[in-house]
Design a protein around this ligand. Structure first.
Ligand code: NAG
Ligand code: NAG
Ligand code: NAG
Length: 515
């Protein structure tokens, strides 16, 4: 009996909900549209040393080449085979990336597009990233192979063949999402071909999957595929480790399909998180930071141990997907840094940081008409991520994950891992503070007047570097210093006009050799 209990406890820890990051590493970053060669370098030179646990990569399998418009980012969501061959790199480069990142203690999470293949209207031919032939018109994808038998055409009951009504779960699962050919996932053959693809990635050393468009698949069909997956490669992961699964389900409430329908398969993306946090920091609809005291399940979010959270993602940062105009992005850097800082300090959910490319945003009638623009490129070839002398990125790569405030809050989250949410304070408005046990403390001023007062931090006495205004270098601070007295109290001044109106201190930003 005891033996059985022990085994089931271990089984739970190693299940699909565990992110498979190295112990003490608590966040991943989405390096959207990066080349595998640049990701390998970034793991070694930056992500490993700075405490990032992993990277979500763009879909690695062969996709349609779209020329009208010219090479949009979304062409990667139109696969035509499971060959590892895209604008980000080929299979050798993929393998090199996984090996080098794993060896740097940074794991790879693949964006898995398994609900569908390309759009039904794409021309037949070899216009794909690896030159494989495909014919959407007669449902022929010989490089997999899939044929007419393997699609849901017969099952969908709408006139157009596309999803027309999100209140009908049958349409949402059995019809085409924006014209994308919908795979018949109840067929064991189709399940096996997808599992073969995912198992190839697992064997090469990936740690898990973001499952794209999960809402458009029946949870039971997904489970049948997931049940076929191998355990992770024991070169880098403990024996018996299962791939981390997080499912893209957009559930803002008000539809019959719920995030909770998918909990059995793994974690789920909590889209309410970024939508609500943006509303609070923008102070829309009477929202204020004081209300964040009950942030998490108290706001109607899913259970923390099922949630994958983010301030913005590659869809909603450009008005696709969910959340609308409240979503904070690098285009609003001051509020964005506060939002990401809040997310990384707060214990709710497993956190993903976004890392974007800049595009020529251009609004017409409230819509960004350049929302399709693909990554920085030369005649279609993705540009290298160059690193400037000040450690920022060049070539229009935004690299939010390298912004000091964000990079240091990733470390904050690692330092406070497992500590309770404590010492909440607010002024009834937009000045708030909270601690994480005796390991970290953070103060925000999103009001239009200064904050200056003494707060209980819960931290041991000492001098701490604020990791927002600067870094701890050697045994000194390049930014603000905070003095915590023997009773755990410290005085904070945060000007409402500060470049970054928040302060964060933690156990590893403490100075030790003061004379
Ligand atoms: C695990 O990765 C190692 C190193 O790349 C490789 O040699 C081995 O074949 C992989 N294991 C499996 C089961 O594929
Ligand atoms: C908090 O905001 C209120 C007004 O909402 C203000 O009266 C009070 O002085 C503020 N508190 C602090 C500590 O700034
Ligand atoms: C620490 O840095 C401050 C300014 O950032 C400087 O004035 C001071 O001399 C430094 N102290 C030591 C011990 O290096």
């Amino acid at each position: 009996m005891k033996f059985f209990l022990l085994l089931s406890a271990i089984g739970f820890c190693w299940a699909q909900y565990a992110p498979n990051t190295k112990p003490g590493k608590t966040s991943i970053v989405h390096l959207f549209e990066w080349r595998w060669a640049d990701i390998a370098l970034e793991c070694e030179r930056y992500l490993g040393p700075k405490g990032f646990g992993g990277v979500q990569i763009s879909p690695p399998n062969e996709n349609v080449v779209i020329n009208n418009p010219s090479r949009p980012w979304w062409e990667r969501y139109q696969p035509i085979s499971y060959k590892l061959c895209t604008r980000s790199g080929n299979e050798d480069e993929f393998k090199d990336m996984v090996t080098r990142c794993n060896n740097a203690g940074v794991h790879i999470y693949v964006d898995a597009v398994i609900n569908h293949v390309c759009g039904h209207g794409v021309a037949a031919g070899t216009g794909s990233t690896c030159g494989s032939y495909f014919n959407p018109g007669n449902r022929d994808f010989p490089a997999i192979p899939f044929s007419a038998w393997d699609f849901n055409d017969g099952k969908c009951r709408t006139g157009s063949g596309d999803i027309e009504n999100y209140n009908d779960p049958y349409q949402v699962r059995d019809c085409r999402l924006s014209g994308l050919l919908d795979l018949a996932l109840e067929k064991d053959y189709v399940r096996s071909k997808i599992a073969e693809y995912l198992n190839h990635l697992i064997d090469l050393g990936v740690a898990g999957f973001r499952i794209d468009a999960s809402k458009h698949m029946w949870p039971g069909d997904m489970k049948a595929i997931l049940d076929k997956l191998h355990n992770l490669n024991t070169t880098w992961f403990p024996e018996g480790s299962k791939p981390f699964i997080y499912q893209e389900v957009i559930d803002l409430g008000g539809e019959p399909i719920k995030s909770s329908d998918y909990f059995e398969n793994g974690r789920v993306t909590e889209f309410k998180y970024g939508a609500k946090l943006g509303t609070v920091l923008r102070k829309w609809h009477g929202e204020k930071m004081a209300y964040l005291k009950s942030w998490g399940e108290g706001w109607g979010f899913m259970p923390s141990d099922r949630a994958l959270v983010f301030v913005d993602n590659h869809d909603n940062q450009r008005g696709h997907g969910a959340g609308g105009a409240s979503i904070l992005t690098f285009w609003d850097p001051r509020l964005y840094k506060m939002g990401v800082g809040f997310m990384l300090a707060h214990p709710y959910g497993f956190t993903r940081v976004m890392s974007s490319f800049r595009w020529p945003r251009y609004f017409q009638n409230g819509k960004d008409i350049n929302d399709w623009v693909g990554p920085p490129n030369n005649n279609g070839v993705i540009k290298e991520v160059t690193i400037n002398e000040d450690t920022t990125c060049g070539n229009d790569w935004v690299c939010e994950h390298r912004w000091r405030q964000i990079r240091n809050m990733v470390m904050f989250r690692n330092v406070v891992d497992g500590q309770p949410f404590t010492n909440w304070w607010d002024n009834g408005s937009n000045q708030v503070a909270f601690g994480r046990g005796n390991k970290g403390f953070i103060v925000f001023n999103n009001d239009d007047w200064p904050l200056s007062l003494t707060l209980q931090t819960g931290l041991p006495a000492g001098t701490y570097c604020d990791v927002i205004s600067g870094d701890k270098i050697g045994d000194n601070c390049t930014g603000i210093k905070i003095y915590v007295s023997g009773d755990g109290k410290a005085h904070f001044s945060v000007s409402n006009s500060a470049e970054d109106p928040f302060i964060a201190i933690h156990a590893e930003s403490k100075l030790y050799n003061l004379n």
